[in-house]
Design a protein around this ligand. Structure first.
Ligand code: NAP
Length: 226
């Protein structure tokens, strides 16, 4: 049975009742992070928390309303449906002050996948939240289906971490790695528009090749032989 590690940051997964959020939450809870699932309805968040606890044989995943979850967490990860992005960010402004918000939003319609126009969703969030919140774009290219793979096994997926604050990016890289993913600093927050656009490419790949697991890999970063 995993136990919670009190030295790790507390993570809220906002909109963590859908497809992407529970997969991330499950992996982080397995790695010993205290997890709070957020929802518009506390009862719905609690239902997901109970399911995750049962699946992992643990008791430290909690469920709260999104705002309360964000207030109790050190790092919040936003996984609400993309059409609710702006409203969700506005409603969380006070609760997120002084903290890190990880924005996983990819504004792409599954039925008609096209790259969204700039600015990126995380840049829009930063604009609304102001300097008091450090926004990081990450996990847009990690399919929910991939997260369901066996726990404890490394996932064959790379995370592009975009942020204006290097320390915040470093914390999110650690979080991704704790969840079994490879993660890389991929430049400033505005670059997150590329990660969002890659989602349109991945959905198109999934449709064409009849899979649900298309993702991305970064190459060429290991030192080259002389
Ligand atoms: N699915 C993927 O493979 C994937 C991969 C990478 C990134 N993403 C990104 O992750 C985010 C979530 O994707 P998903 O597929 O998990 O979405 P989803 O299952 O359709 O929805 C996630 C959650 O959004 C919340 N929500 C729905 N309408 C809302 C509203 N009007 N206001 C506030 N919250 C609302 C719901 O939570 P409550 O009803 O509990 O409030 C729902 O459980 C999206 O931005 C997506 O682009 C998804």
């Amino acid at each position: 049975m995993s136990t919670v590690n009190p030295h790790l940051p507390v993570i809220a997964v906002l909109g963590g009742t859908g497809k992407e959020g529970p997969g991330l939450a499950m992996r982080w809870a397995h790695a010993g992070y205290k997890i709070i699932i957020g929802s518009r309805q506390a009862e719905k968040a609690q239902t997901t928390a109970v399911e995750l606890n049962a699946k992992l044989g643990i008791d430290f995943v909690e469920g709260l309303q999104n705002e309360a979850a964000a207030r109790q967490a050190d790092i919040s990860v936003l996984t609400v449906v993309y059409t609710a992005h702006e409203a969700a960010v506005r409603s969380l402004k006070d609760a997120l002050r002084g903290k890190i918000l990880v924005d996983a939003t990819a504004r792409v319609d599954f039925r008609d996948p096209r790259p969204p126009a700039p600015p990126s969703a995380p840049s829009q969030a930063q604009e609304v939240l102001g300097d008091g919140v450090r926004v990081v774009g990450a996990f847009q290219t990690v399919p929910a289906h991939v997260l369901k793979k066996k726990l404890g096994e490394a996932l064959d997926t790379d995370v592009l971490v975009c942020a204006d604050d290097l320390d915040a990016a470093g914390q999110v890289i650690q979080l991704a790695e704790a969840g079994g993913m490879r993660a890389y600093y991929a430049g400033r927050l505005e670059n997150a528009i590329v990660a969002e656009g890659l989602t349109a490419v991945m959905i198109s790949l999934n449709k064409h090749y009849g899979v649900r697991t298309a993702s991305i890999a970064v190459t060429g970063l290991s030192p080259q032989p002389a």
